[in-house]
Design a protein around this ligand. Structure first.
Ligand code: 5GP
Length: 205
C-alpha cells in the first residue's frame, strides 16, 4: 500500500466521514478503463456508478445520464460557483465534474460508489473523502496506448498527441494511488479489480 493522502498531512482540510465506500478508478485514456469499469459494475450490481458531468460532446453510443451528464460550458461554470461538484477538472479542453449531492447522499446511507475520474479529480476527492480506495490502471506501455487510441478511431492525430502527453503526466503521479495495476490482459485486470473490491468488503464490513 502506497497511499500518500494530501489530507493526512494537512489538518486544515475538512473531510467528510460516512458509512459508505468510495472506489476511484483512474487511468490514462486508451488504457481500457471504461471496459474494466463496466465489467466491475456488471460483476457487483450493487455498486453505484457516479455519472460525471462533462462539457465534451457525446461520442457515438454514449447516452446522457448513463455515460455522462452532458452540459454546456456556461452551466458547468455556474455549477462551480454553486458548489455543485465534489471535484472538477479541465481535461483535454473540456470540463468534467462529479456531482456532489449524489456522493454525499449515497455515502451517508452506506452505499459503495465507483468514480471514474482523472488524477486532478482524485486529489480533490481525497481531501473530501480521505478513506477513498484509489486504483490506478497502467497501460502495458505508451506505445500500446498510442496504438489503442489510433485503433479506436475517435480522435484526430493532434488530439491523440495531447492525450498521450496527458497520459505521461498522469502516469508520473500514479504513486498517489493505493493500488496500481497494469492492464496487459483484460481478464487478468478484471479479476484483480474484483479482488480489490472483495478485499475491502471483507475487511471493513
Ligand atoms: P473521456 O472524455 O475519455 O470520457 O474522459 C477523459 C478523462 O476525464 C478520463 O481520464 C476520465 O477519467 C476523466 N473524467 C471523467 N469524468 C470525470 C470527472 O467527473 N472528474 C474528473 N476530474 N475527471 C473525469
Amino acid at each position: 500500500m502506497n497511499l500518500q493522502n494530501p489530507c493526512q498531512s494537512d489538518p486544515g482540510i475538512a473531510s467528510t466521514s460516512h458509512p459508505g465506500k468510495l472506489f476511484i478508478l483512474s487511468a490514462p485514456s486508451g488504457t481500457g478503463k471504461t471496459t474494466l469499469r463496466k465489467a466491475l459494475l456488471t460483476h457487483f450490481q450493487d455498486i453505484l456508478y457516479s455519472v460525471s458531468t462533462t462539457t465534451r460532446k457525446p461520442r457515438l453510443g454514449e447516452e446522457n445520464g448513463r455515460d455522462y451528464h452532458f452540459l454546456s460550458k456556461d452551466d458547468f461554470v455556474r455549477g462551480i460557483a454553486l458548489d455543485q461538484w465534489a471535484e472538477w477538472a479541465k481535461v483535454h479542453d473540456n470540463y468534467y465534474g462529479t456531482p456532489a449531492e449524489f456522493l454525499d447522499t449515497q455515502l451517508a446511507v452506506g452505499k459503495e460508489i465507483l468514480l471514474d475520474i482523472d488524477v486532478q479529480g482524485t486529489i480533490q476527492i481525497l481531501k473530501r473523502y480521505p478513506d477513498s480506495i484509489t486504483i490506478f490502471i497502467m497501460p502495458p506501455s505508451l506505445d500500446t496506448l498510442k496504438k489503442r487510441m489510433e485503433a479506436r478511431g475517435t480522435d484526430s492525430p493532434s488530439v491523440i498527441e495531447k492525450r498521450l502527453m496527458n497520459a505521461k503526466d498522469e502516469m508520473a503521479k500514479k504513486d498517489l494511488y493505493r493500488h496500481i495495476m497494469v492492464n496487459d490482459s483484460l481478464e487478468k485486470a478484471k479479476a484483480e479489480l474484483i479482488s480489490i473490491v472483495e478485499f475491502y468488503r471483507r475487511n471493513t464490513d
